[in-house]
Design a protein around this ligand. Sequence first.
Ligand SMILES: NC(=O)c1ccc[n+]([C@@H]2O[C@H](COP(=O)([O-])OP(=O)(O)OC[C@H]3O[C@@H](n4cnc5c(N)ncnc54)[C@H](OP(=O)(O)O)[C@@H]3O)[C@@H](O)[C@H]2O)c1
Length: 293
Amino acid sequence: MSTINRTGTFTLGDRTVKRLGYGAMQLAGPGVFGPPKDTDAAVAVLREAVASGVNHIDTSDFYGPHITNQLIRKALHPYRDDLVIVTKIGARRDSDGSWLEAFSPEELTQGVHDNLRNLGLDVLDVVNLRSMLGVHGPAEGSLEAPLSVLAELQRKGLVRHIGLSNVTPAQIEAGRRIAEIVCVQNHYNLAHRTDDALIDDLAIKGIAYVPFFPLGGFSPLQSSILSDVAQRLGATAMQVALAWLLRRAPNILLIPGTSSVAHLRENLAVAELDLPEDAVAALEGIEAHADTA
Ligand SMILES: NC(=O)c1ccc[n+]([C@@H]2O[C@H](COP(=O)([O-])OP(=O)(O)OC[C@H]3O[C@@H](n4cnc5c(N)ncnc54)[C@H](OP(=O)(O)O)[C@@H]3O)[C@@H](O)[C@H]2O)c1
């Protein structure tokens, strides 16, 4: 039985979520495109997550596309009252799986309706506007037009809360003048710490910071410092990476992704891992050795 309650909770919009959640992107096929090899295995991961107490799942209708949301619906609908599904709009896939911007009012509105239909919901709890001004990392530029469209969809009652993804501090500040921003989802992990100052600033403002690629994403974290600490603590490198994030700031919500029940169990067991001070100090050395580009 998982003990994920040990990691505490955070208020996301008007809902309380556990700090240890699950990211569903890895459930689609290779390259987050098309169906998984084994649909039953994907369904089993989702059911295991919720049975273990996870009440925060991150997704998007452009994963697959449509596939990941359809898997969530198949596995978990009707949803538990405490489950918060966070999705994102702003991108689309073409026929070969490329990730393209979808910022027109029609595309954004369609994105919300696609999420509603494929998840089987009447209203979406939280929708992140995913900036595609830069595909691989935040790039400055105005998000006023797409965010205003999302705010209008919120006023119509299709969306409860709004977040931003792949954004700069300036875009968050500008965004907060258009809509209440309840979460920011950016690339961050032990080796990629561009957002250090931003995380602390958002913590003061009560805004959740949800790191994507917490384990390194498509290139899982590899570091001798990380392996040494993990060995010393009798944990795995991935568990140490997650434990460090949980300790890094109280507004960090974890959504590690996996397509495997065994990895899911391993990741959720991080709730029982307390990092001693000397381990934290050693882990601080990782970024200095990492390619943080
Ligand atoms: N907003 C954005 O632009 C954006 C971008 C990317 C992702 N996301 C969200 O963030 C979530 C997390 O990111 P992510 O899934 O891409 O990356 P991640 O959580 O950093 O890492 C996932 C990778 O690590 C592997 N893994 C997971 N647990 C493991 C374990 N215990 N031991 C060894 N390997 C393990 C997975 O493989 P297995 O399947 O084999 O376990 C997968 O290859 C996604 O699910 C998605 O919801 C958002």
